[in-house]
Structure formats: C-alpha cells, structure tokens
Design a protein around this ligand. Structure first.
Ligand SMILES: [Cu+2]
Length: 300
C-alpha cells in the first residue's frame, strides 16, 4: 500500500532531483571570460583611463552575473595581483576585501566568479598604477519559460470533505513572469477531457478554485485577488475517485498569440472520504454496542 507518508517521501525525492537537475543545467550555461595581464604592465599607468589595455586587457570588462573571470599573467617580467578596491593613487582606501588573487606569477592564472550585480574596481597591490574594473550586469541570457502548478489542500484530494480545491498555475522563470498570459487549460480523467477552457491571467498567475459537484462544469467570470486571477469551477470535476491531470499551456503573452511551447502537467489523485480502513472499525464498534445492548436485555 502506498501510504501518504510514502507519497510525501517520493514527492520530496522528485523535488530534490528536479532542483539538482536545474542547477546542473544552469551551471553548464555559466560564461567564462579571460583578462590578460600584458607584458610591461608593471610600468604602465592606467589610473587616468581605466579602459587602457596596458595594465589589464580589457581594462573595463562588462559581464553577466554568474560569469567566471580568469586573469592570466602574460607578463614574463613580473608577478601581479588582482585586488578589489580603489588604489590610494586614485584617492581610494585600498583593498575592500571583496576579492584578492594574491601573487599571480608569470604564466599563472587566477579566477573569480561574480555572483553579484555591481561595479568592481580593482588594482595590483604591487603596482598601484595598474587598475581595472569589472561591471556585472543582471544576466541577459535567455532563461527557459517555466510554469509551476501547486494545489491547496495538498494531494491526494479527499473528495468526501466537500472542500474546494485551489490549483495555482504560476510562471516561475523566463520572459513570461509578470506578464498577462492567456492559458489553454484542460482537466482530464484517464486521458478523457472532462473540461477545457481559455482563461486570461492579468499578471500571469491563474487560480482555479474548484468545487466538485454534479452536472455540467461551469466557470465563473475572472476575479482579481492580489496578483492572482481567480476562476471558480463547479460541476462534475474530481467527484469520483481516480487519477486526474491538469494541463496548462500558454497560448498568448500580453495578448500576442504565441506557439504553445510553454506547458506544464500536474497529476491529481482523488480519494474517497471514508476509506474502508476507517469504516470497518466503525462497523465493528457499532455491532459490538448492539450486541451488548441485546445481552443486557436478556439479562433483565
Ligand atoms: Cu602588478
């Protein structure tokens, strides 16, 4: 028997696997850039023009967040450092402690990954006229559009509680976040469509408030609740036990029709109100009371 605990365990395992997979994929996209320290850098002065390439080449480097920068010492005549902060020659207060390569020998390299947006001036602690700067921008790389679907209450859904179920479809990443989205939503039971519709979500977040009942499925007008656009669905949805599926795909962004490539599926397991395991002890208990009453009657 698949107990609730087991299901929760499996869900946790799947969640961990998904997160690890996502991190792996993100890492493989991380950019790498090299800055050369040219020959003669020790004698150069770039304090008047950070864009000069005689100290660090390039002197001003603009990168996306998450980029790893490698400084290679191509100067065979001297060791150098890459020390964050503004050199005292430029009226700065010296090292600010954000990064420091310590000595980079001729032909050696040193790397640092920039995970924060901002401007990072640096200099060589041996030759304070050697200066450079790294400008880190929010990544412009395309992030995959992704939808996340959640349910409240948590699954499996017990249809006998006569409780409404809220399914939330939310853009999680990519250029769909925060935009007005039009969804094609489908609810299936054993691969047969029991309801489908086209629904707008003003800020992209769609909330389906589902009250299982009988009869044809009807959907309410849109209702704006904070950032969510809520629709009430009632009728014959989730009113029998089994495995259901919710399918959502984005068919328009800000009113512009798009290929429905952004989609997500969510499986919903619907269970009975009183499982047999709960009913059996009740029947046994009730019978015992009846038997006791009869025995008493006989004794009297
Ligand atoms: Cu130097």
């Amino acid at each position: 028997m698949l107990s609730l605990m087991n299901i929760r365990l499996y869900v946790s395992i799947i969640a961990v696997l998904t997160v690890s997979l996502t991190l792996t994929i993100n890492n493989s996209y991380a950019a790498e850039v090299t800055v050369s320290i040219p020959e003669g850098a020790a004698l150069a002065n770039c304090t008047q023009n950070l864009d000069d390439i005689k100290c660090y080449n390039p002197g001003i480097l603009t990168i996306d967040k998450g980029t790893t920068v490698t400084w290679k010492n191509d100067d065979p005549t001297a060791s150098h450092t890459v020390t964050s902060g503004v050199t005292f020659v430029m009226k700065g207060s010296g090292p600010d402690g954000k990064f420091d390569s310590s000595l980079i020998a001729p032909n050696a390299s040193w790397s640092f990954t920039f995970n924060e947006v901002g401007e990072f001036p640096y200099f060589c602690s041996l030759h304070p006229l050697m200066v450079g700067k790294v400008i880190v921008q929010e990544g412009t790389a395309q992030v995959e559009n992704r939808l996340v679907i959640t349910s409240d209450p948590a699954l499996p859904y017990d249809r006998t509680t006569n409780q409404a179920m809220t399914l939330t479809i939310k853009p999680d990443s990519g250029d769909i976040v925060g935009k007005k989205l039009t969804y094609h939503v489908e609810i299936l039971n054993a691969s047969a469509t029991i309801w489908d519709g086209i629904l707008d979500a003003t800020k992209g977040i769609l909330e389906l408030h589902i009250m299982p009942g009988d009869g044809e499925v009807s959907v309410s007008e849109a209702e704006e609740v904070g950032d969510n656009t809520r629709y009430h669905l009632s009728g014959a949805i989730f009113n029998t036990n089994g495995d259901y599926n919710l399918r959502a795909e984005v068919i328009a962004i800000d009113g512009e029709q798009v290929e429905p490539t952004t989609k997500q599926e969510f499986s919903i397991s619907v269970v009975p109100e009183f499982p047999l395991a709960a009913i059996l002890p009740m029947i046994v208990g009730f019978s015992a009371v009846l038997a006791l009453l009869r025995m008493k009657r006989i004794n009297i």
